[in-house]
Design a protein around this ligand. Sequence first.
Ligand code: PEP
Ligand code: MN
Length: 357
Amino acid sequence: MLQSLFDKKNNHRCTDFIWSGPCSAESYEQVFETASQLKQKGIETIRAGIWKPRTRPNSFEGIGYPALDWMADIKNKLSVEITTEVASAKHVEACLKSGFDALWIGARTTVNPFLVQEIAESLRGVDIPVFIKNPIHAEIGLWIGAIERFEQMNISKIGNIFRGFHTMNSAPYRNQPVWKLALEVKRQFPGIPMICDPSHIAGKRNLLKGISQTAIDLNFDGLMLESHINPDSALSDSLQQLTPANLFTMLEELVQKKDHFINPEIVQEFQKVRVDIDQLDKKLLEIIENRAELIDKIGDWKDANQVQIFQLERYQQILESRKKYAKDLQYLPQDFVQELFELIHKFSIAQQLGKNQ
Ligand code: PEP
Ligand code: MN
C-alpha cells in the first residue's frame, strides 16, 4: 500500500490510501486488536506511536523499545505494514532492525534542524518511505528545510503529512488547518505525496469528517487517522481517536470526487467560463498596472519634495475604505480584501523605494 504512493504513474485518490492505528502503542493486545480490525476492512498500513513527545512531563511517554517487538510480531501475524514516529538516530536504528515499513518525524522534530539532520543521516541509503510532518507553527521554511535534508541523503521515498499548526487561537480545531501552506508545499514539491492527518488537526472526533472531506476536495494523496479499540481509555489523544468500526462508518460517508468532468456538454461550458476567467485576470493585471503607473507618479512627487514614502494614515485609510466598498459585494470576504490590499500596498511601497536606489 505504502509503495503505491510513490508510484509516479499512479493518479492518487485520497481515499485509496488510509493509514490508521492508535496514537500510541499501549499494550500488545490493544495494537493487535486495532490492527486486526483495520486489516479486516482493507487498511494495511498501521501506525502506532512508540516514543511519544509529550508537551508536559509525567504524561504517558510511550512504551519505548519493548513495543518494537509487538509491532514486528503484528506485522508477521497480520501481514500489515508497520510504521511509527522517530525522533532520533537511535530510534531509526531500532526500527530498521525490527522491520518497520515506513517512519515519520513528528511536528516537534521538524522544527529542529539538528535532529532532522541526524535522522536524515541515519537513513542514508535506506530504501523505506520517510514522512515529514509539518512543523508545529505556521511557517513552512522548516518543513521545506527538512525535505531538503532528506533529499540530500538521497532518500528516494519522501512523503509529507499535514497535521495543522499550533496558533494562538486554533478553535474549533486543536491545530489550525492553514490549507494554503500545505498546498504551497505541494506546489513546490509536486512529486512528494501529501497526506492529511485530520486527527491532530481536529483534536475531537466530531470534526474529523469535515477535515477529511476537505483534504479529499483539495486532492491530498491519503489520510492518516488515529484509531483505538477503546478510545475513551486511550493513554494519549483519547478525544480524537475513533474505534475501527466508527472509522469505517466515517470513511463510507466521505465522497471521493473525480478530478475532471465527464459530461461533454459541461466540459464545453466549463471551458468557456475558464476563458472568461482568463480574460478577467488579464484585465485585473492591466488595472493593477494602471495603478502602478499612478504610484510611479506620486513616488516621483514624494521624491522631488522629500516627502516620506510610507504614510501610515493613508495605509489605514486604504485598508478601511476598500473593506467598506467590499461590504456591498457578494463574494469578497473582509479578510480577503484586507490581505489583497496589504499585498498591493506592500508592492507600492517597494515600487517607490526602488526609485530611491
Ligand atoms: C502523532 O502522530 O501521534 C503525533 C504526536 O503527531 P504530531 O507530531 O503531528 O503532533
Ligand atoms: Mn496522537
